[in-house]
Design a protein around this ligand. Sequence first.
Ligand code: IMP
Ligand code: MG
Length: 180
Amino acid sequence: MEKVRLFDKTFRTFIPYEKIMNAIDDVAERINGDFKGCTDIPVLLCVLNGSIMFTAELMKRLEFNCEVVSIKLTSYEGTSSTGRVRQAMGLTSDIKGRRVIIVEDIVDTGNTIVELKQILQDAGASVSVVCTLLFKPDSYRKDFPLEYVAMQIPNDFIVGFGLDYNEIGRNLKDIYILDE
Ligand code: IMP
Ligand code: MG
């Protein structure tokens, strides 16, 4: 089992790249089933920085015209949520009247989703749905439904495939879990 060292912590392989690709194939197929043939141009909202890799892989598989818009939110320090969500960069385009697919790397407490839903409502989106690569059901405390979940994981800290530990580890191809 491959191990990586990031600052003071060691991580071990948890979800290999091939398994991530299969999960993205499945979630993209579901989204295509719901959106293919649509006459509007839905917006894929890439939540920076964590969703960069997932957004890229997901959009390659979508079979309808869509537009990519970004926003940058931060809430994590080290290996846990601060409970506060900060908007480091606002929406990069006007999304008034548009259907928005929020593309998240991971939904943990759900604080970020609640904040995003509010931001999108204030910006006049017609509807917003959530597509997340990973979901920690044991940590989720909110009522918003998560329409598209690619993989569910236990309540552990992970990195790789876009996810970071204090901003490093995003470039790892596989997903790694804290090795204690
Ligand atoms: P939430 O607001 O608690 O749902 O957390 C969402 C954000 O926290 C995600 O978009 C990630 O950026 C970050 N996050 C949550 N869990 C992890 C993790 O295990 N590793 C790295 N980042 C995480
Ligand atoms: Mg994120």
